[in-house]
Write a protein that binds this ligand. Structure first.
Ligand SMILES: Nc1ncnc2c1ncn2[C@@H]1O[C@H](COP(=O)(O)OP(=O)(O)OP(=O)(O)O)[C@@H](O)[C@H]1O
Ligand SMILES: [Mg+2]
Length: 359
């Protein structure tokens, strides 16, 4: 998939921009606070209907205005897709190829992106919730069935928690929601297990190429080991759950363990190791999201190489598939072309105004 054009109006500190990246490796350079991350954030918003930096869309609107508009145009084998995101006074609307879309599942997956931001180090270093969010976001993009199961699981969880909060002990009411949690939780667990197994294989191969002698492994650590035992576990936990007034067990407590050289990277990894691992997990996803026609997702890397040594940076850039389109931001635009001959287009952003430079 190639992004051919991105137009933004009223988004963050960006001026009205029209960004036309080329195929291959695009570099977006500029000093701090000029709008580099905002450009990638706008793209991510058209792909996922959310920002990676905030859950409040209000923050995305340029100060002093009440409306933003983003149009992303992509070209994939045999099809062109135009996605429009329009936010006006608290209401967001999406159009795909001119047709209004009412459900999130109709938007996700239209523009396939893999996004790495400096915050993604939390994937390795942060709490389990960060890894669950990652799993949920990625699997929802990949499979509409996962998104549906997730929405229904969350709904059932809210309902069961509500009963617990109200000290409601009626076994029929509890077991009705437990059956729902069981049904949809199973789907989540099965998809997560399969996804992590594939991602781990791809990530270890990639990590080995970048950091020669340290193996990287990802292991799915479900809260309830057996996907067929969710309802039974919840039933047994009712007493404790009534005391804590929330559901203490289930896939909403799952985790993924990340090991570097057989040791948990969360506790023992250096800053550079943690960052490389997070980045390589994202690059493994690029492989995993390759479509049936062999098309790669759009790769967005925000300040991906800052803090990494020259050799590691070079190998990481080499790990981006040749035929993938990538947009890489950097506050040191001289750095990237020096590391790779693959840079095809250079852009510069200053006070929200974006222009193309000669590479
Ligand atoms: N809603 C908004 N309206 C106007 N300006 C905003 C809004 N949200 C953020 N900004 C401003 O946008 C500027 C640039 O943000 P951005 O994070 O895109 O910069 P950046 O080039 O990625 O910087 P860095 O190199 O430090 O990461 C910041 O100065 C910020 O104050
Ligand atoms: Mg930034």
């Amino acid at each position: 998939m190639q992004l051919t054009s991105l137009q933004c109006r009223g988004f963050r500190g960006l001026a009205d921009i029209h960004f036309k990246p080329g195929p291959g490796l695009n570099v977006l350079g500029g000093a701090n606070a000029q709008g580099k991350t905002s450009v990638l954030e706008a793209l991510l918003y058209t792909a996922t209907a959310r920002s990676h930096r905030t859950t409040s869309d209000q923050e995305l609107v340029r100060h002093g205005t009440d409306e933003f508009h983003i149009i992303a145009e992509t070209q994939a084998v045999e099809r062109a897709v135009r996605i429009e995101a329009h936010w006006w006074r608290g209401a967001k609307r999406f159009k795909v190829n001119g047709l209004s879309q009412s459900r999130l599942s109709d938007i996700l997956g239209r523009l396939c992106v893999v996004f790495f931001s400096p915050e993604d180090i939390a994937l390795v270093k942060g709490a389990a919730a960060c890894r669950r969010l990652f799993l949920d976001m990625e699997l929802s993009q990949l499979q509409p069935t996962y998104l549906r199961a997730l929405q229904q699981y969350r709904q059932a969880l809210r309902q069961r928690n509500e009963l617990l909060r109200r000290d409601q002990t009626d076994p029929d009411m509890l077991s009705a929601w437990e059956a729902q949690l069981d049904e949809h939780g199973k789907t989540l667990m099965r998809e997560r297990a399969a996804y992590i197994a594939t991602l781990s294989t791809l990530a270890s191969a990639c990590y080995e190429r970048v950091v020669a002698d340290e193996p990287l492994h990802l292991i799915y650590r479900p809260d309830i080991a057996d996907p067929d035992a969710i309802a039974a576990t919840l039933c047994r936990a009712r007493k404790t759950d009534l005391l804590r007034k929330s559901t203490g067990r289930g896939p909403h407590r799952d985790d993924v363990e990340i090991l570097i050289a057989e040791k948990p990277a969360r506790a023992f990894g250096s800053q550079g190791q943690q960052k490389s691992a997070a980045l390589i997990i994202k690059l493994a996803e690029v492989e995993l999201m390759r479509g049936p026609m062999g098309e790669y997702p759009l790769v967005l890397l925000d300040e991906a190489l800052a803090e990494l040594d020259g050799e590691r940076s070079q190998r990481l850039l080499d790990a981006i598939p040749e035929s993938a389109q990538a947009i890489i931001t950097t506050a040191q635009p001289g750095q990237l072309p020096a590391l790779t001959h693959r840079v095809t287009h250079m852009f510069h952003i200053e006070r929200g105004i974006l222009e193309e430079n000669a590479p």
